[in-house]
Design a protein around this ligand. Structure first.
Ligand SMILES: NC(=O)c1ccc[n+]([C@@H]2O[C@H](COP(=O)([O-])OP(=O)(O)OC[C@H]3O[C@@H](n4cnc5c(N)ncnc54)[C@H](O)[C@@H]3O)[C@@H](O)[C@H]2O)c1
Length: 326
């Protein structure tokens, strides 16, 4: 059984990927400092509590067993905080990733899969974003992701470390089992916030901007189910193992839903009213951000399988569990 080191595996997308890795016959080993993730989200899996910036600990982990690949989810993920505290973001997402990469290199691990983001593109110049779209991130978070992408290119050229860079659009939903899901201490994502407002754990939610040049004036985003993202990791891993080829891949559904449409869907799925506070646009929020996932379809055989109904239903089931109502 191939060992896969999963940094940040106790977090939202990492824990869903760990579950699918196990189901597909790999042996995921989670390495997470639990700064955001939880131990409960990776029950029954080898778990090491550690920081990706801890070179000594990483050395011991890589000396203890042979890893076929590393999947690197560990990062700070809040755009707003990255603007206020860029030092923390550059340190955790960039400097510590280089520490991790040097441990990967020293151990002779050949393959690396990196959680990048649509935020590396910045202000979209086209309706649908392909991998050839210019990358001009507009906040420190997006810049940390782009910088790691650039480091990975140089590590491939110089050291032959092959990497798959996966640029997720808006991850959402939760596993059908209801055992794992999205649970941040400071939630900033639209769907879990709406579900919290529907369950009564939150009074209301703010919607930023109603005057965008979109059909209903609210921002359009591409929502992709977390299990679809997890499955893309397995496909990228298999491609690396089989062909020694990595590359960059956009992962999204290819459909744009407006904030208003998502609010309506959340009301419908939960059967509850949700109090909305209308607020002005936030700086740096583009009007639309929709993925062209043609490259992932062509080279990985991947496309998003979960539609909006399933996304909302799994998110609502998970919220009911968190709220203690299920
Ligand atoms: N959620 C999204 O919509 C989205 C979109 C694009 C990209 N991403 C990227 O996907 C990855 C996973 O995101 P998520 O939503 O699951 O976030 P998350 O916060 O749930 O998971 C991140 C995990 O990394 C761990 N971690 C953070 N810093 C660490 C460190 N120094 N050492 C060890 N562990 C550390 C945290 O404890 C947490 O378990 C991140 O790299 C994020 O930037 C997420």
């Amino acid at each position: 059984m191939l060992n896969i080191l999963v940094t940040g595996g106790a977090g939202y997308i990492g824990s869903h990927t760990v579950k699918i890795l196990k189901e597909r016959g790999f042996n995921p080993v989670v390495y997470d400092d639990l700064s955001c993730g939880t131990r409960a989200s990776v029950k029954g899996v080898d778990f090491i509590k550690g920081d990706i910036g801890d070179a000594r600990k990483l050395g011991r982990v890589f000396a203890a067993r042979k890893f076929a690949a590393v999947m690197h989810f560990a990062a700070f993920t809040e755009v707003g905080t990255s603007v206020r505290e860029p030092a923390a973001y550059y340190n955790n997402n960039l400097t510590k990733t280089i520490t991790l990469l040097d441990a990967v290199r020293a151990a002779g691990v050949k393959y690396f899969i990196f959680s990048s983001s649509a935020s590396t593109y910045g202000e979209p110049l086209k309706n649908k974003i392909t991998e050839s779209h210019p990358q001009n991130p507009v906040n420190p978070y997006g810049r940390t992701k782009l910088m790691v992408e650039q480091v990975l290119k140089d590590y491939d050229t110089a050291y032959g470390l092959k990497s798959a860079v996966l640029r997720y659009f808006n991850a959402c939903g939760s596993d059908d089992s209801g055992q794992i899901g999205e649970a941040r201490k400071h939630e900033t994502h639209l769907i879990p916030l709406l579900m919290q407002a529907a369950s009564g754990r939150r009074k209301d939610i703010a919607v930023f901007g109603g005057d965008y040049p979109t059909p209903d004036g609210t921002a359009l985003r591409d929502y992709v189910h977390v299990n679809d993202l997890a499955r893309a990791h397995i496909l990228a891993l298999k491609r690396l193992l089989k062909t020694n080829k990595g590359g960059d891949f956009n992962l999204g559904s290819g459909k744009g839903y407006s904030v208003k449409q998502i609010i309506a869907a959340a009301r419908q799925t939960s059967g509850r009213d949700i109090k909305i506070i209308r607020s002005p646009r936030r700086a740096g929020d583009p009007a639309r951000l929709v993925c062209d996932a043609g490259k992932a379809q062509k080279l990985l055989g991947w496309r998003a399988l979960y539609g909006l109904d399933k996304i909302m239903q799994t998110a609502w089931n998970w919220e009911l569990k968190l709220a203690g109502k299920k």
